[in-house]
Write a protein that binds this ligand. Structure first.
Ligand code: ZN
Length: 130
């Protein structure tokens, strides 16, 4: 299954936990849910959806790889920082499925992180039963 995610900022975070949960078929009680971002300038993480923390994450991503540095890839499409930020975040997370539910920690949400927005992206959700 594919989830479509739209953003409004260059670096932006969208909580996709409910969409991921809906992608788990009702007849799967135990297994794993793989959330995969098939892009090179966006990532996905597990963390707390608290609006001040989301701002902190955006700031940290920007600080780790500042957009205004001189990168070689920028001569092609001026988004080298976004590639490097996405590399640090990672392109996938795996969440256990227990008793038919995503077995997330109390404060964990599945957060899509755009690094080269605003854009509309595709996130795939693959459920492995077992
Ligand atoms: Zn690029």
């Amino acid at each position: 299954m594919t989830i479509e995610v739209s953003t409004t900022e260059r670096i932006d975070i969208v909580d996709i936990t409910s969409e991921v949960a809906e992608a788990v078929p009702a007849d799967v009680s135990h297994g794993a849910c793989l959330v995969f971002v098939s892009h090179t300038t966006a990532g996905v993480i597990l963390n707390e959806n608290e609006h001040r923390l989301l701002n902190d994450i955006i700031q940290a991503v920007d600080n780790l790889v500042p957009a205004d540095e001189d990168y070689e890839h920028d001569v092609i499409d001026d988004n080298a920082a976004a590639h490097l930020q996405a590399m640090i975040l990672g392109e996938s997370v795996t969440v256990p499925i227990v008793d038919g539910e995503l077995d997330l920690g109390r404060w964990q949400s599945v957060l899509f992180v755009e690094c080269d927005g605003p854009r509309t992206r595709r996130v795939s959700v693959t459920v492995i039963e077992g």
